[in-house]
Ligand binder design. Sequence first.
Ligand SMILES: CC(C)(COP(=O)(O)OP(=O)(O)OC[C@H]1O[C@@H](n2cnc3c(N)ncnc32)[C@H](O)[C@@H]1OP(=O)(O)O)[C@@H](O)C(=O)NCCC(=O)NCCS
Length: 196
Amino acid sequence: MKRSFPFRTGDGREGVVRPARAGDARASLRIVEEAMRERPRTLSVLEEELWGVRDWRRHTVPWGPNGVTLVAEVAGRVAGQLHCTRSGGSRTRRHVAGFGITVARDARGIGVGRALLQALETWAREHGVTRVELGVFAGNERAYGLYRSLGYIEEGTERRGARFPEGDVVRMAKLLDEPAPTTIAPSTTTEGERDA
Ligand SMILES: CC(C)(COP(=O)(O)OP(=O)(O)OC[C@H]1O[C@@H](n2cnc3c(N)ncnc32)[C@H](O)[C@@H]1OP(=O)(O)O)[C@@H](O)C(=O)NCCC(=O)NCCS
């Protein structure tokens, strides 16, 4: 079945989220590389771990039971990507999927990340995935704000979860089989406390 999720960006342009294709490799890798170089860090990937085109194609997951790789196009250009894999192994974890997401610097703050995550939820519901989880560096306010606005809840912090100065990793998850909260409960901590 053809999968395509049109959306309109905050600055009025046409966008679409769709499963990744082989031809998206270079654009997707550029976006990740650009984000990898940002400081403070937002991604836990190191330069020497960056995928090449072949790696990217090999790891791309078609829309299906084991996960999905999505890209967002804005005005015909790849502006963001999301890679999601379903937990394997024990059947007790098959309802769980984890993801990573990156949006090109010049396309942030206009709804691309939100559109990718909404499409991800469609994938998850279609495949019986009821828990979607992620880790976010404690100081990554934009990502944290986006996840919270979509109903992801903070579950704890892996102190020094990554070996970077930014490396406290906040674990968040959304349960899809629970009614969506009509309002997101206010955080019980302040921004400063969360970073501590
Ligand atoms: C995090 C990221 C994926 C978000 O994508 P995006 O396209 O910029 O996000 P969107 O425009 O869809 O959503 C922005 C939402 O985030 C929140 N947000 C945006 N800027 C924020 C800020 N400075 N502080 C707090 N929340 C913020 C808001 O809730 C906003 O929603 P709204 O515009 O409807 O109010 C993107 O910024 C990115 O790729 N960053 C670098 C890599 C990264 O951090 N990846 C995630 C690692 S966990």
